[in-house]
Design a protein. Structure first.
Length: 160
């Protein structure tokens, strides 16, 4: 059974986001071993400069990379990434399994994005949209799309 892990920066704060992710985690149990890991968000002082943003991203990036299992296929969610349809997402997960990647790790950065080290370490860079979404909603959307991908691959009725 494939292992799907989401690594994200920061904690979900509102109960409705937590509940939504928990619902998709429950639904995914029949398709994969699903987990979500939250790494600590780096706090910045009032001096928000390009240098302090870079340092923040580097610190969060080290936390993210230390949470990625060895041998996993890493997929970073970033605005400059490639957009895919739900069917293409399903095909991507199927291809990973066929090619021997038993673990897929999706990475969602904090409010400043992802460090260059994380992006460079990624096998795939994905973008959900050209629009901007709150990071907490992005988690729910990613959980839903992973569930939808497994439904598509299994011929389920969820995807219409």
């Amino acid at each position: 059974m494939m292992i799907i892990k989401i690594i994200c920066v920061g904690k979900l704060k509102e109960k409705f986001w937590v509940d939504a992710c928990a619902e998709y985690a429950k639904r995914l149990k029949g398709f994969c071993q699903f987990s979500m890991t939250e790494v600590e968000e780096e706090r910045m002082g009032e001096d928000v400069s390009p240098g302090s943003i870079r340092i923040t991203l580097e610190k969060e990036g080290r936390r993210i990379l230390s949470a990625v299992p060895k041998g996993a296929k890493m997929i970073s969610m970033c605005i400059e990434g490639q957009q895919r349809t739900s069917e293409e997402m399903a095909a991507t997960l199927e291809e990973m399994a066929v090619n021997g990647f038993g673990t897929a790790v999706f990475v969602i950065g904090g409010s400043w994005g992802l460090s260059e080290e994380v992006k460079k370490a990624s096998h795939i860079r994905l973008s959900m949209s050209k629009m901007t979404f709150p990071h907490q909603l992005a988690r729910v959307m990613l959980c839903e799309q992973i569930y939808r991908a497994f439904q598509i691959s299994s011929g389920g009725k969820y995807h219409k």
